[in-house]
Design a protein around this ligand. Sequence first.
Ligand code: FNR
Length: 359
Amino acid sequence: DAEMSLICLSDFEAYAKDHLPKATWEYYAAGADDCCTRDDNLLAFKRIRLRPRMLRDVSVTDTKTTVLGTEISCPIGIAPTAFHCLAWPDGEMSTARAAETLNLCYVASTYSTCSVEEIVTAAPDGFRWFQLYVYRDRKLSEQLVHRVEALGFKALVLTVDVPYTGKRRSDIRNNFRLPPHLKVKNFEGVFEEHCGPDNYGVPANTLDPSISWKDIYWLRSLTRLPIIIKGILTKEDAELAVEHGVQGIIVSNHGGRQLDGELATIDALSEIVDAVQGRIEVYIDGGIRTGSDVLKALALGAKCVFIGRPIVWGLAYKGEEGVRGVLQILTDEFRLSMALSGCRNVAEINRNLIQFSKL
Ligand code: FNR
């Protein structure tokens, strides 16, 4: 049975690589320039060693936790990634159903190929956040904010690491763009009159590279939703995030797709957790591929992890069922890692699990 042959996230990666059109595969896989940071995200997890505890009665283990006060079944969520319909016909709708079934947090991308309304209709009871960019035309961001707030999204995730798109060589060589039958549905009717150059088939020069910390106050003034900043990598910026009154940070380097040579996210986590001192929640994405990676991130202070590329691998395999498969495997591996390290629940996961002398 083909299903049983996929037993870890790398198996889904191999399947996606074999079955997606080459340019699509390369778009999902891409990192910036030499891909040092993309690859280091994974390698940095592999460098960390664990100090497991024994004889702690792990006959019952509980992976439940909360993010911003909402209970989720496991501290593993779906990072925002663009263009899910490239991997599976109904794309984000399948992603949303899988997340709803498993009671996990799904961060929907602005660059979804289903609209936010379609996502909500597909999975009305799902727990979702919306990933936002700031547009030169502030009205556009403002409209999106009000739209998703009315639709029941529970937080805004403001991505701050894309003043410009990173240089991804494979996409340039492939002249990769969204095929004409797919649309960034959230923009329908919005960029209709835009006739300038585009980027991936999406109007270019629409994101505002002039955004700065004061725009956090502007966003704050638009909405009562919690604001989470995605793309922080230093304690200095983490401190500024706290000072500007946001509710959370996602430590992220955009999967290594922006500034090549910047540090791996798991290597950035500790100084950020130390700076924040529990004042706001800290999450992480980038390179999480096994249950022990999740355990390491939580041991170093992350409240929840998010996965990007593995979700599109799941979609490429079998839509909703594939995404469920990816998330279930990672959840099961995490539960096993918890038990093997002597943790009965996520509150018992702490820094003592990390062998710091090795780092
Ligand atoms: C992304 N990412 C991303 N981030 C974001 O805020 N908005 C977006 O639209 C996208 N789109 C996107 C597309 C693709 C194909 C990838 C691979 C990534 C970044 C994403 O949220 C996340 O930071 C990384 O994907 C996490 O790394 P892993 O799990 O892919 O290693």
